[in-house]
Design a protein around this ligand. Sequence first.
Ligand code: F6P
Length: 499
Amino acid sequence: MTSDHWRTIKALPQVSLNQLFEEDADRLKYLGLEQSGIYFDLSKTHLNRQAIQAFQELAGDVGLSGKMNALLSGEPVNISEGRAAEHCAERGTGDSASVDNARALHRRMKSLIEIIDSGALGEFTQIIHLGIGGSALGPKMLHQALKLGDEKYELAVVSNIDGTALEPVLERFTAEKTLLVIASKTFTTAETLLNAQSVLDWMREQGVVDPLGQVVALTADPEQAVQWGVDETRILPFSETVGGRYSLWSSIGFSVALALGHDVFADLLAGAAAMDEHFQAAGWDQNIPVLAAFADQYYAQVRGCETRAVFAYDERLGLLADYLQQLEMESNGKSVTIDGEPLSLNSSPIVWGGVGTDAQHAVFQLLHQGSHLVPVEFLAVIEPGDSLNPAHHNGLLLNCFAQGAALMAGKKSDDSHRNYQGDRPSVTILLEELEARSLGALLAFYEHRTFVNAVLLNINPFDQFGVELGKQMANKLAAEDGNRLDASTEELKRRAFGA
Ligand code: F6P
């Protein structure tokens, strides 16, 4: 029974990290794993052979193999919405009709990029990509990570309804040289459509005669886009079965593919495909997403950790924590099981983070000496992204490695203020190089890890009903129909807008 497995896991002896290293000289052999030019070091977690064995038994009991197969073959794993979750089909794994469909839609995307590059639609040098959540976080993060700075197109990704996000872009950009890309799976999202309308208004004010001629739409609902006014020939569809936060592999990746080149996008997909293959083929005790999820569950359920911190020691990955927040918290922030019963386990940890070394001088105090136990994830890249004095990059990497070591080792002092308890876990993910393939593999790793966590929790990671209520309330608050919300909210509205 599943609950017996959890009891076994919770009863595992709590051995310190230092001791785990002392006891087992081979620790790195099974907890240091390589895939697609990335070294994943899980040795500074409390996993050991006994814990891995116990988690494997739990995984067997919850049917991880069957659920992985269901995901990777396009079965309707998103039970509450009665559909499959086919982001892997975008990179070549899944139901064959879905894979063919994804390939055909990628070809359309490539053709449109060629047409735009040829100048046939206008002399564009600037792209405004509008979208929010999964329709923005992936493209924005990828662009920041992979841009070299000498690209033909300048790309601005704008998501917030706050006009102070869009206005500076409009002030900087030239209307006739701007391609407007509207990214929205549903093509109904209020923020994105209002921003799009404002960009069209700006184009008109700037003398563009046919603003809609400068629009491309990325959506799973082409009809909505047509109704909104987008020309049918400029719509790049993607499948309804690709979830928003899993959509950067679909036509949602168009702006990045245009800005950085289609080859970059193809490499990204190839990198993700390599991780898919690893996920599908590797035994659980060597399977990187599976082992990472075992560690996640160990900290969430056994040690009661409510958060996990992610620090990229690389400015280019400065948006990774934001991207992972949506991926993990929107997927696994649930309180009911897949069958709708109350969840008795802790759901997704709160994912937070930033970049090193900056974060060391801001939040690491709590990580070293605070009363919360926070599993930390460090990311670093061996090949530097800059050409300055190597002291910069060497210092960056050494700081990253030293933080993991310090969290684990601690330092005893008779002065309690200066005492470091140590035994604080971390995972270090070391990329040889930051390029499209390794980044594709890294993101696929995070997707699969999120999925395995969901399977171990027995929840559905592919719906997100929790975001709906706030949207409905915003509409209700906007409506002048006499229906009132609570007194506090109505007073806030009165102060902002008058009676
Ligand atoms: O509000 C949540 C959400 O539905 C996300 O899941 C999604 O990525 C985002 O909004 C944007 O939705 P759309 O792509 O349909 O505009």
